[in-house]
Design a protein around this ligand. Sequence first.
Ligand code: FAD
Length: 491
Amino acid sequence: MALSALPAITSSRIEPEPRKGSTPAIVTSIKRASYPTRSLQFLRKLEGKSPGACSNVESVRNDRKLQLQVTVVGAGIGGLATSIALAREGHAVTVLEQASALAEVGAGIQIPPNSSKLLLKWGLGPLFEGKAVEPRGITFRRWETGNAIGYTRLIPDFRSSFEAPYYVIHRAHLHEALHETAVKLGVTVKLNSRVTEYNEMVPSIKMQDGAILKSDLIVAADGVKSAARKLILGKDNKDPIRTGFAVYRSTIDVQKMKDDPETATLLREPALNVWIGPQRHVMSYTIAAGKSFNLVLSHVDDTDPATWRPEDSLDNMRAQFEGWDPVLTKIIAMIDKTIKWPLLSGDPSIPSWISQSGKVIMLGDAAHAMVPYMSQGAAMAVEDGAALAAALSHVHTISDLPKALSVFDIVRRRRAGQMQEASLVNGKIWHFDDGPEQAARDEAMEPETKGLPISESPNQWTDPVTQAWAYGYSAEDDIHSSWNQFKSRLF
Ligand SMILES: Cc1cc2nc3c(=O)[nH]c(=O)nc-3n(C[C@H](O)[C@H](O)[C@H](O)COP(=O)(O)OP(=O)(O)OC[C@H]3O[C@@H](n4cnc5c(N)ncnc54)[C@H](O)[C@@H]3O)c2cc1C
């Protein structure tokens, strides 16, 4: 594989700085970003500095393709999405899942337009009906009062700008829709099928029961604790690390909120509400066609998850948000069950997502675990699947496979690495202690709360440059234009 002949990917990591107070070490500096954004202008103005630039993609189709036998390890969102994208292109796909039933941890998930556009193209639209919710907007709220300090209008702006909706949905509903679509397309999904060994040269996998399965390509979508990552990266492997952030994930029956006029106001229309404050934030929205209110409560926690006691979670969660907006704390008091979850982030500078043989690749959280502060982890996995199918559309003979994969590798490491960074940047922007940076942030977001024209914003959903980069992106177009860019060096 001619990886060395291709341009190096610039690391998109945030520059480490000495640890300050209780801020997690992984997110201590946001002086500059490697992705297109004007969300940090408010800080540059504090220092008197200037912005970065945007990139473009163009679309190219290639209709002559080779049909491959592909084994996908893991039936999470990444594995199932990839199986759909590949099956649609005529590849024969088998998905192996270790669990005895398909399930997802946590309740809600946001599907931003860069992902929904692909899912709708793949035919999931009818399966979302009566399940997905399309919020009208996202309101950022001051932690102690609940006053609106930032706003992104999703309807009609996102649909008209990105030709796709911004959905929120119950994870189980998304997972079922992906599974049903995959099976309809002829994908074989095998449960109780734990992969225990890889032979990257054949390539083949060995299962727990000793069975061996050969294929042309193995796609490891085996999640944040990926075993395949160790095979692919060998001595260069860096497992995702704890960021120092943890979340409580909970849902409430909306009826409870409707019974109280104060909390009922948050249900007037489908919306996302995010309270941001010192070292913490709360992301919320309704799912299950508006029947359930989903909350993700983020806070700083450096302790080892092995020491966490589930029975303490509810009290600890309430203590973390004492003194916050009385409407929010009322909602938190309604929660009767919660799961505490550590947030990990992978290293965006890992040298490759492809094994030496060019026959085993990884994607999804296995390749790019990220904090959920851009709500893009699963969206990146959906893009990975689409990008892989687009890359394989350029494969005419099996000997072309490593070339197509190296383009996939370059394109996806750049895109996902930048999204890992953007996610950490939100973990900084949202969590300022009250002071000059928080005041500058809130002042910079104020115009959007008044419906005034915006040229930049610390709210990365609103910031026009970040918005176009995050939501207007086409994984397929990026692959095709990159293929054209690199092909003279590959052949
Ligand atoms: C609090 C929180 C909120 C989030 N919110 C959003 C959001 O709003 N929007 C968004 O896009 N993303 C969000 N994310 C991120 C998103 O949940 C993940 O990025 C996504 O689910 C990862 O999917 P995956 O398929 O890569 O991995 P996983 O879901 O981890 O799936 C991996 C699968 O592989 C299987 N597996 C592992 N090893 C083996 C083996 N040896 N053999 C067979 N099977 C195996 C596992 O059992 C599992 O089913 C959020 C994450 C968190 C923590």
